[in-house]
Design a protein around this ligand. Structure first.
Ligand SMILES: C[S@@+](CC[C@H](N)C(=O)[O-])C[C@H]1O[C@@H](n2cnc3c(N)ncnc32)[C@H](O)[C@@H]1O
Length: 281
């Protein structure tokens, strides 16, 4: 399923704003808030003039950024998300036209070489072809402009000890090329990675997305689309494999929050997401 169709469902678009609720809910890790905090610190450091938020959802990061004094507009492909975002803008006494419908995989009628900064928060990894999406964004950015976007961390699959781990190691050891006893033994070892978390996520409903390896992101992605990495930041840490969340959500939440550190090497394995701060070359 394409992500914008999933996010266009009424129950999803109506409730998306709850992710930014200030009420503490141990069932809902504050991953979006952590991501936004990192983004705000990058924006405060760089003070870009014109910002465009691609895949802005129901508008919450955009409104917070706007209220900090930045010049920001945004778009989303899900019409119900845009509807919610416009309501939300109105509630905050902001112009509804700051958010409109568009497609980051194929943006139409957006000025080229114009924006100082593009944001893509929880967004670009839903593209069918992320290279094409990022190429389109670089066309919109002015020279030396910034793009700040998040990706799903492929290396996190090592420490989930579940089906994602199996797939990771099957690929790493090139399982398809093994035969006989070697293949059998690897299969037997990987059978142990079978922990299942009760909590369903967006993958369980078949939404297409990709994940990326933070260790080779320059060569595998950024250089190919004319971007230079300036910084990488990790967020949404898991102090133990996600299965342990079944034992106590509160303990899992609090202990994971304690180890959040955007610049810790452990983020390569314990954080499910990372943010890239890049410059158009
Ligand atoms: C996980 S939400 C993130 C929303 C917001 N950026 C945030 O940080 O809270 C992903 C959003 O991307 C939008 N989206 C997915 N594919 C898109 C596309 N091709 N063009 C524009 N928006 C898209 C979805 O509709 C959804 O609102």
């Amino acid at each position: 399923m394409k992500a914008y169709n999933y996010f266009n469902k009424r129950n999803i678009s109506k409730n998306y704003l709850n992710l930014y609720s200030k009420k503490k809910n141990f069932n809902q890790y504050p991953a979006n808030d952590l991501r936004l905090k990192i983004v705000l610190s990058i924006l405060n450091k760089n003070k870009p003039k014109k910002i465009l938020d691609a895949g802005c959802g129901s508008g919450m990061p955009l409104i917070i950024i706007k209220k900090k004094g930045f010049d920001i507009s945004g778009y989303d492909k899900s019409s119900n998300m845009v509807k919610e975002a416009k309501k939300n803008l109105k509630k905050h006494n902001l112009n509804e036209n700051l958010i409109f419908c568009n497609d980051f995989e194929n943006p139409k009628k957006i000025k080229r070489n114009y924006y100082d900064c593009i944001l893509g928060l929880g967004a670009f990894y839903y593209s069918k072809n992320i290279f094409k999406t990022l190429n389109k964004q670089t066309q919109i950015l002015r020279k030396n402009g910034k793009i700040i976007f998040s990706l799903r961390n492929k290396l996190f699959n090592i420490s989930t000890f579940n089906n994602y781990t199996k797939i990771f190691f099957k690929e790493l050891f090139n399982e398809d090329r093994l035969i006989g006893k070697e293949k059998l033994l690897l299969k037997k070892i990987l059978r142990n990675f079978d922990l299942r978390n009760k909590k369903k996520n967006i993958d369980d409903v078949g939404v297409f997305s990709t994940s990326h390896n933070p260790l080779n992101i320059d060569d595998e992605l950024l250089k190919k689309v004319g971007l230079k990495k300036e910084n990488i930041y990790f967020y949404h840490y898991h102090y133990l494999p996600p299965y342990f969340e079944n034992m106590s959500k509160k303990k899992f939440y609090l202990n994971s929050l304690k180890i959040e550190n955007p610049n810790d090497w452990r983020g390569n394995f314990l954080a499910s997401g990372f943010i890239l701060e890049c410059k158009k070359k």
